[in-house]
Design a protein around this ligand. Sequence first.
Ligand SMILES: Cc1ncc(COP(=O)(O)O)c(C=O)c1O
Length: 356
Amino acid sequence: MSKFWSRTAREAKPYTPGEQPNELQVIKLNTNENPYPPSPNTLEAMKRVVNEDLRKYPTPTVDSLKSVIANREGVNDEQVFVGNGSDEVLAFAFQAFFESNEAIKFPGVTYSFYPVYANLYGIPFQEVPLNEDFTINVDGMKQSIGGVIFPNPNAPTGLALRLNQVEKVLQGNPNSVVVVDEAYVEFGAESAVQLVEQYPNLLVTKTLSKSHALAGIRVGYAIGQEELIEGLERIKNSFNSYTINRVSLAGAEAALRDDAYYQETLERVINTRVWFKQSLEELGFEVLDSKANFLFVKPVRVEAEWLYLTLKERGFYIRYFDKSKVRGYVRISVGTDEEMERLLNEISNLLKNYVQ
Ligand SMILES: Cc1ncc(COP(=O)(O)O)c(C=O)c1O
C-alpha cells in the first residue's frame, strides 16, 4: 500500500496468473498453453517483419487481419474486433457493455478474471452456482439485469454447453449483452459464432493463444453484430490506438491461413486428452468430461493440494485453486504424449508410495 496509489489501485484485486518457471526441465501443465510450436509459416512470417519498418507504428485498424478472421468465421469484416489477447477483448467488453449499477451474472466456478474486471470497473456481479454435476446452470443465467459472461467450454471444469443451451441464455437476456468466451472452443465444443446473425446481444470471444499455439504474441478477437463491435472500438480507441504490434499482426495472419497445420495439432491434443483421462480414471481419479485442452481432476487417496505441491517439487507444474467448491480438484493442461506419460508415471508412483 502506498500513499501515492489512487483509490482504483488501492482497491484492485489483481488476477494471479499461473507460474511461468524459468527452469527448462520443468513439465509445464499449469496455464493451458499448446504443447506444440506455432507452424513454420507462422514463425517465418513473424521473422520477415522484424526489420527496419519496426520504427513505424502498426496499423491502428488491423483491417487485413480482420479480413482473414472474418473469412475464417464466415462473418463480415465489420463484425470482427481484434485485441491484445482475449483478456484485453474481455476487459473492453466489460467497459463497453456493463454498467456500475446493474449486476451481471457469471457461473459460480469460472475464469477468475471476470470478478477481477468487475471489481476494477465497479460492476456488481452475481455468481450463479453450478449444478451438482459442475455444469453451468442455464436457467440461473437468465434474466440478468446487467449482462452475462461465461466461458464455453467453462474453465476450469472443461465442461461445454450445447448450442441450444447457449441460445436459452441469449433468449433469457434479450436486453443485455451475453459474452460467450470461447478461449477453448476449438478443442471440441460448438462455437456460438453461427448465432451472431440472429442475436444482437451476443458477443463471442476467441483467442489464438491456445488453438494456434500463440500465447506469446497476445492476439484475441471478438465476433458480434456491428453495433457491439463499434462499442468495443470506442473503448479501445479511448485507451490505446495500437494494441496489436507488427510482429503479432504478421504471426496471427499467417497462423489463421495455415489451418491444416493447426487442425492436426488440435487433433493430437484431443487424442492425448482422451487416453490421459482414461488412464487417470483407471487410477480411480474422478475426471470431468472436458472439451478443452485441460482436465479437471479429483484425485483419490491423496489431497488435491498435496498432489499439486508434491508434483511441483518433482518438476511437474499443474494448477490448484484454493477456493471453496474446487479445493478437491486440480487442473492439468494437456501436454504432449510423452509429457503426459511421464506425469502419469509420477502420479502412479506417488500413489504407490503414499503412506497416510
Ligand atoms: C476462459 C479464458 N478466457 C480467456 C483467456 C485469455 O486468453 P488470452 O488473453 O491469452 O487470449 C483464458 C486464458 O487462460 C481463459 O482461460
